[in-house]
Design a protein. Sequence first.
Length: 163
Amino acid sequence: ALGLLGPEVRLVVVGGTPDLVAAEARRAAARRLGDRLRFDGAQTDPRPWLHAADVLAMPSAYESYGLVVLEALACGVPVVATRTGCVPDVVSEGLNGAVVGSAPDDLAAGLRRALDLDPEVSRRAARSSAEKHSWAEVARRYLEVLAQAHTRQGDAVTSGGPG
């Protein structure tokens, strides 16, 4: 996808094992993308990279949840990702990123759209989306469900039970 974007677009890849990073670096060199592509490998704290990013790309074919998506959104970074895990629930086309197909041209088009977003609007939308999935918000919703279940159970006991 990087080859389909203009020369002004640069990509920093964070994550992966040393062997995977080396293999991908060789592939990038073979495609003559070396000057536009940097592999920084696995990091214990992704925040410095997220804060420096204009957009996060996650073209995963499968992802159980995609925590990095929420981490990027919490940092105010728009996300371009395939329709896996939490992506359809947290990424809003034209506001905080793009949900794309898995083909390289789909990813390139989504990256272009995300890079063209108004930075302040996308930053606010990204953070707002992440806040809906923060630990505090998830805990609040769980407590709400538990309280409703407790109330229903109490109603069933006082009315003589179900049925």
